[in-house]
Design a protein around this ligand. Structure first.
Ligand SMILES: NC(=O)c1ccc[n+]([C@@H]2O[C@H](COP(=O)([O-])OP(=O)(O)OC[C@H]3O[C@@H](n4cnc5c(N)ncnc54)[C@H](O)[C@@H]3O)[C@@H](O)[C@H]2O)c1
Ligand SMILES: O=c1ccn([C@@H]2O[C@H](COP(=O)(O)OP(=O)(O)O[C@H]3O[C@H](CO)[C@@H](O)[C@H](O)[C@H]3O)[C@@H](O)[C@H]2O)c(=O)[nH]1
Length: 480
């Protein structure tokens, strides 16, 4: 029986290994982590992450051929294939701070593999890493002087949160990069055999190591660039009376461009896009390509601009001050169908409004008060470290309350900011909400999910990203 071990039981390691276990009953899969609470949660009824469909997959395999454990050494030493799916945060200190990937966790995982291995192994990079990481890892592994042979493969993950199980069941492609030697090709084939249990052969792409590593960064850069492109257009739409949904539709019907991933928004969030582009920018700079670095940096600059533009719209619309005004925040997760708040645009928007002394009442169906308070007090990039190494939240932001109901959040509020596209926000009773609010009552739709015309009929003043402006907003001072 092939034995797989995955180091890192997070958003990627957990779901990916659960699906491998489901689809390959003949393979034994152990997912290991240094975080005791995380492993305890994987072994309980309350899984550590919310992902549609995940519960069913885990329930079917756990205890059969899927195991979660903190005994990293035992499972690594027994495995034929070791996936490494640990955090690769942005460095906060020293060389490359604010841009380069921090490979501390990766390196410590590699050292454990080197130390405890007693047989040959295939080591698979699942984490998103800088190009050429495989070379560094190879050096750590082959310096063990025990005569054990390691083959390194790059097998980046392309799943998106909220649709992880769907993406894993039916991936656009699985990418495997390896050495162009007979041993490298043999290792590629061994990993291909695992995926071939459910992924059609023509969707399993094989490349050299560096192409696989770079393709992951490139794919995220292209995706994020689409959002920044559409968001840049949304600002121009507001200035000209064009409608971003109509423009995106017209542009996306060109088959060379395609209709997906063109939704104007308050900005992209999530643990990957910003981190991976910063990483790409750093790699370009290190390779003497400042123009290329500058090009990709612009994707992040537009994203930051979009978030601050949104805050400015809110403040400018409400007579240039939100001091002591209650603002309801509907949605805090970085997208719907996840409880993940890493780099969510809600953090920047909330911080911007708090900077103008607003009082915030936040509701998200999947995010806890503790998480929101931690996010609003945590330093940039601290979120991307293993849970037990993250700072606790000793101070709470007093102007913030977190409630478990959208009606409660909006009661007596002056304005509502919709920051996550949760389906339930589309069908709220906005008439009831309007009646309970201060007047004039504002809705700022950062996700373009409400029917602005209907809300205007009720009496709301509505701002929606990239849509023709309400007469009220047109008269407000110019914003940047
Ligand atoms: N989240 C996503 O949607 C996504 C998608 C594709 C790729 N990625 C990449 O996958 C990697 C993991 O991302 P994630 O979202 O799963 O992170 P995560 O923080 O959810 O999980 C990482 C886990 O690794 C554990 N860990 C760290 N060092 C360890 C060690 N030495 N030994 C054992 N366990 C260790 C941590 O405790 C943590 O539970 C990152 O490189 C990320 O960029 C993420
Ligand atoms: O048209 C769009 C599409 C997305 N978003 C936002 O972009 C962010 C990222 O969304 P999405 O890409 O769906 O989620 P992630 O889980 O961050 O997945 C991305 O990042 C992962 C980690 O690397 C990759 O594996 C995935 O392929 C890639 O889509 C979210 O804030 C979305 O709200 C928009 O604003 N407009």
């Amino acid at each position: 029986m092939v034995k797989i071990c995955c180091i890192g039981a997070g958003y990627v390691g957990g779901p990916t290994m659960a699906v491998i276990a489901l689809k390959c009953p003949s393979v034994e899969v152990a997912v290991v982590d240094i975080s005791v609470p995380r492993i305890n949660a994987w072994n309980s009824d309350q899984l550590p992450i919310y992902e549609p469909g995940l519960d069913d997959v885990v329930k079917e395999c756990r205890g059969r051929n899927l195991f979660f454990s903190t005994d990293v050494e035992k499972h690594v030493s027994e495995a034929d294939i070791v996936f490494v799916s640990v955090n690769t945060p942005t460095k906060t200190q020293g060389l490359g701070a604010g841009k380069a990937a921090d490979l501390t966790y990766w390196e410590s995982a590699a050292r454990v593999i080197a130390d405890v291995s007693k047989s040959n192994k295939i080591v698979v990079e699942k984490s998103t890493v800088p190009v050429k990481t495989a070379e560094a890892i190879e050096k750590i592994l082959t310096h063990n002087s025990k005569g054990i042979k390691f083959q390194i493969l790059s097998n980046p993950e392309f799943l998106a949160e909220g649709t992880a199980i769907k993406d894993l069941f039916n991936p656009d492609r699985v990418l495997i990069g390896g050495r162009e030697t007979p041993e490298g090709q043999k290792a590629i084939q061994a990993l291909k055999d695992v995926y071939a249990h459910w992924v059609p052969e023509d969707r399993i792409l094989t490349t050299n190591l560096w192409s696989a590593e770079l393709s992951k960064l490139a794919a995220n850069a292209f995706l994020a660039q689409r959002i920044s492109s559409v968001n840049a257009m949304s600002a121009l739409c507001e200035a000209t009376g064009a409608n971003i949904s109509q423009v995106a539709y017209a542009v996306g019907t060109d088959s060379r461009i395609g209709p997906k991933f063109l939704n104007g928004s308050v900005g992209f969030g999530g643990s990957c896009f910003q981190k991976d582009i910063l990483n790409l920018v750093y790699i370009c700079e290190c390779n003497g390509l400042p123009e290329v670095a500058e090009y990709w940096k612009q994707v992040i600059k537009i994203n930051d601009y979009q978030k601050s533009r949104f805050v400015n719209r809110v403040v400018a619309s409400m007579f240039n001050t939100v001091s002591s005004k209650k603002i309801a925040i509907l949605g805090f997760a970085f997208k719907k169908d996840t409880g993940d708040t890493r780099e969510t645009p809600a953090i920047d928007v909330c911080k911007g409004l708090l900077g103008d002394k607003a009082r915030l009442s936040i509701y998200d169906p999947q995010v806890t008060e503790d998480q929101i308070q931690r996010d609003l007090t945590m330093k940039k990039f601290d979120w991307d470290h293993p849970l037990h190494l993250q700072p606790m939240s000793p101070t709470t932001v007093k102007q913030v309350t977190v409630v478990w109901d959208a009606y409660e959040a909006t009661k007596d509020a002056h304005g509502i900011c919709i920051l996550t596209e949760w389906d339930e926000f589309k069908s709220l009773d906005y008439q009831r909400i309007y009646e309970g609010m201060q007047k004039p009552a504002f809705v700022f739709d950062g996700r373009n999910i409400v029917d602005a015309e209907k809300l205007r009929e009720i009496g709301f003043i509505v701002y929606a990203i990239g849509k023709p402006l309400d007469a009220w907003l047109k008269d407000m001072p110019a914003i940047a």
